[in-house]
Write a protein that binds this ligand. Structure first.
Ligand code: G3H
Length: 479
Protein backbone atom coordinates (compact mmCIF):
# COMPACT_ATOMS: atom_id res chain seq x y z
CA UNK A 1 0.00 0.00 0.00
CA UNK A 2 1.47 3.33 -1.04
CA UNK A 3 1.69 6.32 1.21
CA UNK A 4 -0.72 9.15 0.66
CA UNK A 5 1.11 12.19 1.99
CA UNK A 6 -0.81 14.97 3.69
CA UNK A 7 -0.35 18.70 3.60
CA UNK A 8 0.66 20.69 6.68
CA UNK A 9 -1.20 23.68 8.01
CA UNK A 10 -1.90 25.24 11.40
CA UNK A 11 0.48 22.73 12.93
CA UNK A 12 -1.50 19.74 11.67
CA UNK A 13 -1.25 17.16 8.91
CA UNK A 14 -4.42 17.18 6.82
CA UNK A 15 -6.07 15.60 3.79
CA UNK A 16 -7.67 17.84 1.21
CA UNK A 17 -11.41 18.08 1.12
CA UNK A 18 -11.09 17.89 -2.67
CA UNK A 19 -10.62 14.16 -2.15
CA UNK A 20 -8.05 14.35 -4.94
CA UNK A 21 -4.44 13.32 -4.82
CA UNK A 22 -1.60 13.49 -7.32
CA UNK A 23 0.44 10.34 -7.94
CA UNK A 24 4.19 10.86 -8.06
CA UNK A 25 5.82 8.60 -10.62
CA UNK A 26 9.52 7.84 -10.25
CA UNK A 27 11.53 8.86 -13.34
CA UNK A 28 13.47 5.59 -13.35
CA UNK A 29 11.27 3.07 -11.51
CA UNK A 30 8.38 4.24 -13.71
CA UNK A 31 5.91 3.40 -10.96
CA UNK A 32 4.09 5.58 -8.49
CA UNK A 33 5.99 5.99 -5.22
CA UNK A 34 3.19 7.75 -3.34
CA UNK A 35 0.78 10.59 -3.77
CA UNK A 36 0.26 14.10 -2.44
CA UNK A 37 -2.83 16.15 -1.75
CA UNK A 38 -4.44 18.30 -4.44
CA UNK A 39 -5.51 21.32 -2.39
CA UNK A 40 -8.39 23.61 -3.20
CA UNK A 41 -8.04 27.38 -3.35
CA UNK A 42 -10.03 27.60 -0.15
CA UNK A 43 -7.54 25.37 1.65
CA UNK A 44 -4.65 27.41 0.27
CA UNK A 45 -6.32 30.52 1.63
CA UNK A 46 -6.67 28.88 5.05
CA UNK A 47 -2.95 28.11 4.99
CA UNK A 48 -2.14 31.71 4.12
CA UNK A 49 -4.44 33.00 6.87
CA UNK A 50 -2.79 30.63 9.32
CA UNK A 51 0.65 31.95 8.31
CA UNK A 52 -0.57 35.53 8.57
CA UNK A 53 -1.99 34.99 12.03
CA UNK A 54 1.19 33.32 13.28
CA UNK A 55 3.58 35.93 11.90
CA UNK A 56 3.43 38.67 14.57
CA UNK A 57 4.23 36.34 17.46
CA UNK A 58 6.88 34.52 15.47
CA UNK A 59 8.62 37.77 14.60
CA UNK A 60 8.43 39.00 18.18
CA UNK A 61 10.03 35.83 19.49
CA UNK A 62 13.73 36.24 20.27
CA UNK A 63 15.96 35.32 17.34
CA UNK A 64 17.67 32.78 19.62
CA UNK A 65 14.35 31.05 20.18
CA UNK A 66 13.68 30.93 16.45
CA UNK A 67 17.24 29.67 15.98
CA UNK A 68 16.52 26.81 18.35
CA UNK A 69 13.81 25.45 16.03
CA UNK A 70 15.95 25.80 12.94
CA UNK A 71 19.04 24.16 14.44
CA UNK A 72 16.79 21.34 15.66
CA UNK A 73 15.36 21.03 12.14
CA UNK A 74 18.85 20.66 10.64
CA UNK A 75 19.65 17.98 13.23
CA UNK A 76 16.42 16.12 12.42
CA UNK A 77 17.26 16.21 8.70
CA UNK A 78 20.60 14.59 9.41
CA UNK A 79 18.95 11.93 11.58
CA UNK A 80 16.71 10.98 8.66
CA UNK A 81 19.46 11.42 6.06
CA UNK A 82 19.21 7.93 4.55
CA UNK A 83 15.40 7.94 4.46
CA UNK A 84 15.29 11.39 2.88
CA UNK A 85 18.01 10.55 0.35
CA UNK A 86 16.18 7.37 -0.65
CA UNK A 87 12.97 9.26 -1.23
CA UNK A 88 14.76 11.98 -3.19
CA UNK A 89 16.51 9.35 -5.30
CA UNK A 90 13.22 7.65 -6.12
CA UNK A 91 11.27 10.83 -6.66
CA UNK A 92 13.66 12.89 -8.79
CA UNK A 93 16.13 10.22 -9.90
CA UNK A 94 19.13 11.80 -8.17
CA UNK A 95 22.09 9.46 -7.51
CA UNK A 96 21.88 8.18 -3.93
CA UNK A 97 25.28 9.57 -2.88
CA UNK A 98 24.40 12.96 -4.35
CA UNK A 99 21.12 12.89 -2.46
CA UNK A 100 22.99 12.14 0.77
CA UNK A 101 25.32 15.07 0.04
CA UNK A 102 22.31 17.28 -0.61
CA UNK A 103 20.89 16.54 2.84
CA UNK A 104 24.25 17.20 4.50
CA UNK A 105 24.70 20.41 2.52
CA UNK A 106 21.22 21.45 3.61
CA UNK A 107 21.91 20.91 7.30
CA UNK A 108 25.06 23.04 6.95
CA UNK A 109 23.09 25.67 5.06
CA UNK A 110 20.45 25.92 7.78
CA UNK A 111 22.99 26.19 10.61
CA UNK A 112 25.02 28.78 8.68
CA UNK A 113 21.91 30.82 7.82
CA UNK A 114 20.89 30.95 11.47
CA UNK A 115 24.35 32.07 12.57
CA UNK A 116 24.55 34.68 9.82
CA UNK A 117 21.17 36.12 10.79
CA UNK A 118 22.12 36.21 14.45
CA UNK A 119 25.24 38.17 13.66
CA UNK A 120 23.62 40.71 11.37
CA UNK A 121 23.26 44.09 12.94
CA UNK A 122 21.47 47.28 12.07
CA UNK A 123 22.81 50.73 11.39
CA UNK A 124 22.41 54.21 12.74
CA UNK A 125 22.82 57.50 10.88
CA UNK A 126 23.40 60.85 12.48
CA UNK A 127 21.65 63.82 10.86
CA UNK A 128 24.70 66.07 11.02
CA UNK A 129 26.51 64.04 8.36
CA UNK A 130 24.32 65.57 5.63
CA UNK A 131 25.03 69.20 4.62
CA UNK A 132 22.86 71.47 6.72
CA UNK A 133 21.71 68.56 8.87
CA UNK A 134 21.68 68.49 12.62
CA UNK A 135 22.80 65.95 15.20
CA UNK A 136 19.43 66.31 16.83
CA UNK A 137 18.23 63.69 14.32
CA UNK A 138 19.36 60.12 14.80
CA UNK A 139 18.06 57.41 12.48
CA UNK A 140 18.02 53.82 13.71
CA UNK A 141 17.81 51.36 10.84
CA UNK A 142 16.68 47.84 11.57
CA UNK A 143 15.84 44.92 9.31
CA UNK A 144 12.32 43.61 9.77
CA UNK A 145 10.50 40.65 8.22
CA UNK A 146 8.20 41.09 5.24
CA UNK A 147 5.28 38.96 6.43
CA UNK A 148 4.15 35.78 4.68
CA UNK A 149 6.72 34.46 2.20
CA UNK A 150 5.69 32.15 -0.62
CA UNK A 151 8.55 29.73 -1.36
CA UNK A 152 8.36 27.61 -4.49
CA UNK A 153 11.15 25.07 -4.94
CA UNK A 154 12.25 23.10 -8.02
CA UNK A 155 12.46 19.36 -8.66
CA UNK A 156 16.23 19.15 -9.04
CA UNK A 157 17.21 20.19 -5.51
CA UNK A 158 14.00 19.43 -3.65
CA UNK A 159 15.64 19.66 -0.23
CA UNK A 160 18.53 22.10 -0.58
CA UNK A 161 16.78 24.72 -2.66
CA UNK A 162 13.71 24.48 -0.45
CA UNK A 163 15.77 25.05 2.70
CA UNK A 164 17.66 27.88 0.97
CA UNK A 165 14.33 29.72 0.92
CA UNK A 166 12.72 28.51 4.14
CA UNK A 167 15.65 29.01 6.50
CA UNK A 168 16.33 32.71 5.75
CA UNK A 169 12.61 33.44 5.68
CA UNK A 170 11.94 31.79 9.03
CA UNK A 171 14.98 32.95 10.98
CA UNK A 172 14.20 36.57 10.14
CA UNK A 173 10.65 36.31 11.46
CA UNK A 174 8.60 35.68 8.34
CA UNK A 175 6.10 32.88 8.19
CA UNK A 176 6.02 30.71 5.11
CA UNK A 177 3.83 29.03 2.55
CA UNK A 178 5.98 26.32 1.02
CA UNK A 179 4.90 24.97 -2.37
CA UNK A 180 7.34 22.34 -3.65
CA UNK A 181 7.45 21.39 -7.33
CA UNK A 182 4.97 18.54 -7.72
CA UNK A 183 7.80 16.18 -8.71
CA UNK A 184 9.75 16.76 -5.52
CA UNK A 185 6.81 17.28 -3.23
CA UNK A 186 7.27 14.00 -1.35
CA UNK A 187 10.85 15.04 -0.56
CA UNK A 188 9.47 18.44 0.45
CA UNK A 189 6.88 16.80 2.66
CA UNK A 190 9.51 14.66 4.39
CA UNK A 191 11.65 17.68 5.17
CA UNK A 192 8.64 19.40 6.69
CA UNK A 193 8.01 16.28 8.78
CA UNK A 194 11.48 16.93 10.20
CA UNK A 195 10.59 20.56 10.89
CA UNK A 196 7.28 19.62 12.49
CA UNK A 197 9.16 17.36 14.93
CA UNK A 198 10.74 20.47 16.43
CA UNK A 199 7.29 21.58 17.67
CA UNK A 200 7.44 24.70 15.57
CA UNK A 201 4.52 26.98 16.54
CA UNK A 202 1.37 26.34 14.52
CA UNK A 203 1.02 28.37 11.34
CA UNK A 204 4.68 29.36 11.03
CA UNK A 205 5.25 26.93 8.18
CA UNK A 206 2.49 25.69 5.91
CA UNK A 207 3.10 23.11 3.22
CA UNK A 208 0.79 23.19 0.23
CA UNK A 209 0.69 20.77 -2.68
CA UNK A 210 -1.57 20.63 -5.67
CA UNK A 211 -2.17 21.29 -9.30
CA UNK A 212 -0.56 24.43 -10.67
CA UNK A 213 -3.65 25.00 -12.81
CA UNK A 214 -5.82 25.18 -9.66
CA UNK A 215 -3.65 26.85 -7.03
CA UNK A 216 -0.66 28.35 -8.92
CA UNK A 217 -2.01 31.75 -9.89
CA UNK A 218 -4.17 31.88 -6.76
CA UNK A 219 -1.07 31.65 -4.56
CA UNK A 220 0.89 34.24 -6.51
CA UNK A 221 -1.95 36.74 -6.75
CA UNK A 222 -3.01 36.43 -3.11
CA UNK A 223 -3.08 39.77 -1.30
CA UNK A 224 -1.44 38.40 1.83
CA UNK A 225 1.73 37.15 0.15
CA UNK A 226 4.56 39.59 0.81
CA UNK A 227 7.32 38.03 -1.30
CA UNK A 228 7.63 35.20 -3.80
CA UNK A 229 10.88 33.30 -3.90
CA UNK A 230 10.95 30.86 -6.79
CA UNK A 231 13.41 28.53 -8.45
CA UNK A 232 12.39 26.87 -11.69
CA UNK A 233 11.89 27.44 -15.40
CA UNK A 234 12.05 30.86 -17.02
CA UNK A 235 8.55 30.62 -18.49
CA UNK A 236 7.04 30.02 -15.04
CA UNK A 237 9.18 32.82 -13.62
CA UNK A 238 7.89 35.21 -16.26
CA UNK A 239 4.32 34.22 -15.45
CA UNK A 240 4.95 34.86 -11.75
CA UNK A 241 6.39 38.28 -12.57
CA UNK A 242 3.30 39.14 -14.60
CA UNK A 243 0.82 37.89 -12.01
CA UNK A 244 2.37 39.01 -8.74
CA UNK A 245 1.09 42.12 -7.02
CA UNK A 246 3.48 44.94 -6.14
CA UNK A 247 5.74 42.73 -4.04
CA UNK A 248 9.42 41.80 -4.19
CA UNK A 249 10.36 38.72 -6.19
CA UNK A 250 13.45 36.56 -5.91
CA UNK A 251 13.85 34.18 -8.80
CA UNK A 252 16.42 31.71 -9.96
CA UNK A 253 15.52 30.62 -13.48
CA UNK A 254 17.14 29.01 -16.51
CA UNK A 255 20.66 29.35 -17.81
CA UNK A 256 22.88 28.75 -20.80
CA UNK A 257 26.22 28.97 -19.02
CA UNK A 258 29.16 29.14 -21.43
CA UNK A 259 32.66 27.82 -20.82
CA UNK A 260 35.11 30.01 -22.72
CA UNK A 261 38.37 28.25 -23.53
CA UNK A 262 41.27 30.47 -24.50
CA UNK A 263 44.30 29.39 -26.54
CA UNK A 264 46.50 29.29 -23.45
CA UNK A 265 44.11 27.32 -21.22
CA UNK A 266 45.15 24.26 -19.28
CA UNK A 267 43.11 21.95 -21.47
CA UNK A 268 43.23 18.90 -19.19
CA UNK A 269 41.83 20.93 -16.33
CA UNK A 270 39.25 22.58 -18.57
CA UNK A 271 38.04 19.25 -19.98
CA UNK A 272 37.57 17.74 -16.53
CA UNK A 273 35.73 20.79 -15.22
CA UNK A 274 33.56 21.06 -18.33
CA UNK A 275 32.48 17.44 -18.22
CA UNK A 276 31.70 17.55 -14.52
CA UNK A 277 29.89 20.86 -15.02
CA UNK A 278 27.90 19.75 -18.04
CA UNK A 279 26.89 16.20 -17.26
CA UNK A 280 26.41 15.84 -13.47
CA UNK A 281 22.87 14.69 -12.70
CA UNK A 282 22.38 14.43 -16.45
CA UNK A 283 22.79 18.18 -16.83
CA UNK A 284 19.66 18.91 -14.81
CA UNK A 285 21.21 21.89 -13.04
CA UNK A 286 20.53 25.52 -13.80
CA UNK A 287 24.26 26.11 -13.46
CA UNK A 288 25.34 23.29 -15.77
CA UNK A 289 27.83 24.24 -18.48
CA UNK A 290 25.56 24.35 -21.51
CA UNK A 291 27.91 25.40 -24.31
CA UNK A 292 31.65 25.48 -24.91
CA UNK A 293 33.14 28.41 -26.80
CA UNK A 294 36.65 27.29 -27.68
CA UNK A 295 39.41 28.99 -29.63
CA UNK A 296 39.77 27.17 -32.96
CA UNK A 297 43.51 26.61 -32.47
CA UNK A 298 42.95 24.33 -29.44
CA UNK A 299 39.53 22.97 -30.33
CA UNK A 300 40.61 19.57 -31.68
CA UNK A 301 42.67 18.83 -28.61
CA UNK A 302 39.97 20.00 -26.23
CA UNK A 303 37.25 17.99 -27.96
CA UNK A 304 39.39 14.89 -27.78
CA UNK A 305 40.05 15.44 -24.04
CA UNK A 306 36.35 16.07 -23.37
CA UNK A 307 35.46 12.96 -25.32
CA UNK A 308 37.82 10.85 -23.16
CA UNK A 309 36.23 12.25 -20.00
CA UNK A 310 32.68 11.72 -21.24
CA UNK A 311 33.50 8.11 -22.12
CA UNK A 312 34.28 7.53 -18.44
CA UNK A 313 30.83 8.67 -17.27
CA UNK A 314 28.60 6.00 -15.79
CA UNK A 315 25.14 5.68 -17.28
CA UNK A 316 22.24 3.97 -15.56
CA UNK A 317 20.38 3.97 -12.29
CA UNK A 318 20.57 6.53 -9.49
CA UNK A 319 20.64 3.52 -7.16
CA UNK A 320 24.07 2.68 -8.62
CA UNK A 321 25.18 6.30 -8.33
CA UNK A 322 25.36 6.73 -12.09
CA UNK A 323 26.22 10.23 -13.30
CA UNK A 324 23.89 9.95 -16.27
CA UNK A 325 20.43 8.98 -15.07
CA UNK A 326 17.00 9.07 -16.68
CA UNK A 327 15.67 12.59 -17.07
CA UNK A 328 12.82 13.76 -14.89
CA UNK A 329 10.19 12.77 -17.47
CA UNK A 330 9.63 11.64 -21.03
CA UNK A 331 8.69 15.14 -22.19
CA UNK A 332 12.05 16.51 -21.06
CA UNK A 333 13.83 13.74 -22.93
CA UNK A 334 11.77 14.53 -26.05
CA UNK A 335 12.87 18.16 -25.80
CA UNK A 336 16.56 17.24 -25.49
CA UNK A 337 16.25 14.81 -28.39
CA UNK A 338 14.67 17.57 -30.46
CA UNK A 339 17.69 19.81 -29.84
CA UNK A 340 20.10 17.02 -30.81
CA UNK A 341 18.12 16.19 -33.98
CA UNK A 342 17.99 19.84 -35.01
CA UNK A 343 21.76 20.26 -34.57
CA UNK A 344 22.55 17.11 -36.55
CA UNK A 345 20.17 18.08 -39.34
CA UNK A 346 21.94 21.43 -39.59
CA UNK A 347 25.39 19.88 -39.84
CA UNK A 348 26.78 19.46 -36.31
CA UNK A 349 29.24 16.60 -35.84
CA UNK A 350 28.21 13.87 -33.42
CA UNK A 351 31.26 13.01 -31.32
CA UNK A 352 29.46 10.78 -28.84
CA UNK A 353 25.98 9.75 -27.80
CA UNK A 354 22.63 10.42 -29.45
CA UNK A 355 21.39 7.20 -27.95
CA UNK A 356 18.13 7.08 -26.04
CA UNK A 357 16.18 4.55 -23.99
CA UNK A 358 12.85 6.12 -23.04
CA UNK A 359 13.77 9.11 -20.83
CA UNK A 360 17.42 8.05 -20.48
CA UNK A 361 19.56 10.09 -22.86
CA UNK A 362 23.16 8.93 -23.14
CA UNK A 363 25.81 11.65 -22.76
CA UNK A 364 25.95 13.44 -26.07
CA UNK A 365 28.75 15.63 -27.38
CA UNK A 366 28.20 17.77 -30.48
CA UNK A 367 31.04 19.53 -32.27
CA UNK A 368 31.00 22.23 -34.97
CA UNK A 369 27.79 23.68 -33.58
CA UNK A 370 26.82 26.96 -35.23
CA UNK A 371 24.69 29.92 -34.24
CA UNK A 372 21.91 28.68 -36.53
CA UNK A 373 21.29 25.64 -34.35
CA UNK A 374 18.79 25.70 -31.50
CA UNK A 375 21.28 23.98 -29.17
CA UNK A 376 23.50 27.08 -29.39
CA UNK A 377 20.83 29.07 -27.52
CA UNK A 378 18.25 26.86 -25.84
CA UNK A 379 18.67 25.25 -22.45
CA UNK A 380 18.47 21.45 -22.74
CA UNK A 381 18.45 20.56 -19.01
CA UNK A 382 19.85 17.27 -20.21
CA UNK A 383 23.19 15.56 -20.93
CA UNK A 384 24.10 17.20 -24.22
CA UNK A 385 26.98 19.61 -24.73
CA UNK A 386 27.55 21.73 -27.86
CA UNK A 387 31.04 22.84 -28.90
CA UNK A 388 31.18 26.13 -30.78
CA UNK A 389 34.56 26.97 -32.32
CA UNK A 390 35.51 30.65 -32.32
CA UNK A 391 38.32 32.67 -33.85
CA UNK A 392 38.90 35.18 -31.10
CA UNK A 393 38.25 36.13 -27.51
CA UNK A 394 35.94 38.89 -28.78
CA UNK A 395 33.83 36.41 -30.75
CA UNK A 396 33.51 34.18 -27.67
CA UNK A 397 32.32 37.13 -25.59
CA UNK A 398 29.89 38.21 -28.30
CA UNK A 399 28.29 34.76 -28.54
CA UNK A 400 28.25 34.39 -24.75
CA UNK A 401 26.45 37.71 -24.35
CA UNK A 402 24.01 37.12 -27.20
CA UNK A 403 22.17 34.62 -24.99
CA UNK A 404 18.89 35.62 -23.39
CA UNK A 405 20.26 34.07 -20.17
CA UNK A 406 22.87 35.44 -17.78
CA UNK A 407 23.49 33.10 -14.89
CA UNK A 408 27.17 32.13 -14.76
CA UNK A 409 30.10 31.64 -17.14
CA UNK A 410 33.48 29.90 -16.91
CA UNK A 411 36.67 31.26 -18.38
CA UNK A 412 39.68 28.99 -18.82
CA UNK A 413 43.05 30.69 -19.35
CA UNK A 414 46.39 30.79 -17.56
CA UNK A 415 46.60 34.53 -18.00
CA UNK A 416 44.91 36.32 -15.12
CA UNK A 417 44.74 39.66 -16.93
CA UNK A 418 42.97 37.99 -19.83
CA UNK A 419 40.61 36.18 -17.46
CA UNK A 420 39.63 39.40 -15.75
CA UNK A 421 39.29 41.28 -19.03
CA UNK A 422 36.86 38.66 -20.31
CA UNK A 423 35.06 38.39 -16.97
CA UNK A 424 34.42 42.12 -16.92
CA UNK A 425 32.79 41.96 -20.35
CA UNK A 426 30.53 38.98 -19.70
CA UNK A 427 26.86 39.65 -18.97
CA UNK A 428 26.29 37.05 -16.25
CA UNK A 429 25.66 37.14 -12.51
CA UNK A 430 29.00 35.43 -11.72
CA UNK A 431 32.08 34.26 -13.57
CA UNK A 432 34.22 31.29 -12.57
CA UNK A 433 37.87 31.52 -13.55
CA UNK A 434 39.34 28.09 -14.28
CA UNK A 435 36.48 26.22 -12.68
CA UNK A 436 33.07 24.86 -13.55
CA UNK A 437 29.94 26.92 -13.10
CA UNK A 438 28.18 26.13 -9.83
CA UNK A 439 26.19 27.79 -7.07
CA UNK A 440 28.05 26.61 -4.02
CA UNK A 441 29.40 27.12 -1.49
CA UNK A 442 26.01 28.32 -0.42
CA UNK A 443 27.12 31.53 1.27
CA UNK A 444 28.38 33.06 -1.99
CA UNK A 445 26.04 35.55 -3.65
CA UNK A 446 24.09 33.80 -6.39
CA UNK A 447 22.73 36.06 -9.10
CA UNK A 448 20.96 35.51 -12.38
CA UNK A 449 20.49 38.43 -14.75
CA UNK A 450 18.42 38.73 -17.95
CA UNK A 451 16.14 35.67 -18.16
CA UNK A 452 18.15 33.83 -15.51
CA UNK A 453 16.58 35.52 -12.55
CA UNK A 454 15.74 38.42 -10.35
CA UNK A 455 17.20 39.46 -7.03
CA UNK A 456 20.08 37.83 -5.19
CA UNK A 457 20.43 34.62 -3.22
CA UNK A 458 23.21 33.06 -1.20
CA UNK A 459 22.84 33.01 2.57
CA UNK A 460 23.49 36.63 3.48
CA UNK A 461 21.75 38.03 0.40
CA UNK A 462 18.73 35.79 0.93
CA UNK A 463 18.41 37.06 4.47
CA UNK A 464 18.53 40.60 3.13
CA UNK A 465 16.00 39.77 0.39
CA UNK A 466 13.53 38.45 2.91
CA UNK A 467 13.66 41.48 5.13
CA UNK A 468 13.29 45.17 4.60
CA UNK A 469 14.86 48.12 6.26
CA UNK A 470 12.77 50.04 8.73
CA UNK A 471 13.91 53.47 9.85
CA UNK A 472 13.03 55.00 13.20
CA UNK A 473 14.18 58.61 13.54
CA UNK A 474 14.80 60.06 16.94
CA UNK A 475 14.39 63.83 17.15
CA UNK A 476 16.46 64.73 20.15
CA UNK A 477 16.08 67.88 22.22
CA UNK A 478 19.52 68.14 23.75
CA UNK A 479 19.37 69.90 27.09
O1 G3H B 1 19.68 24.09 -10.53
C1 G3H B 1 20.02 25.12 -9.95
C2 G3H B 1 20.88 25.06 -8.78
O2 G3H B 1 20.89 26.30 -8.11
C3 G3H B 1 22.27 24.64 -9.13
O3 G3H B 1 23.00 24.41 -7.96
O4 G3H B 1 25.31 24.66 -8.85
O5 G3H B 1 24.88 23.60 -6.66
O6 G3H B 1 24.26 22.44 -8.76
P1 G3H B 1 24.44 23.75 -8.07
Amino acid sequence: MQTVYQYYSQGQWKSSESGETIAIVSPYLKTSIGSVQALTQDEVNQCIQSAKAAQPDWSLMSIYDRAHYLHAWADELLKMKEELATIMMKEVGKAYQDAIKEVERTADLIHYTVEEAIHLSGESLNGEHFPGGSRSKLAVIERVPLGVVLAISPFNYPVNLAAAKLAPALITGNTVIFKPATQGSISGTKMIEALAKTNLPAGVLNLVTGKGSVIGDYLIEHDDIALVTFTGGTSTGERIAQKAKMIPLVMELGGKDPAIICEDANLELAAKQIVSGAYSYSGQRCTAIKRVLVHRSVADELVSLIQSEVEKLSVGSPEDNATIVPLIDEQSADFVQGLIDDALEKGATLVLGNKREENLIYPTLLDHVTKEMRIAWEEPFGPVLPIIRVDSQEEAIEIANASEYGLQASVFTQNLDKALTIARKLETGSIQINGRTERGPDHLPFIGIKKSGLGIQGVRRSIESMTREKVIILNINEK
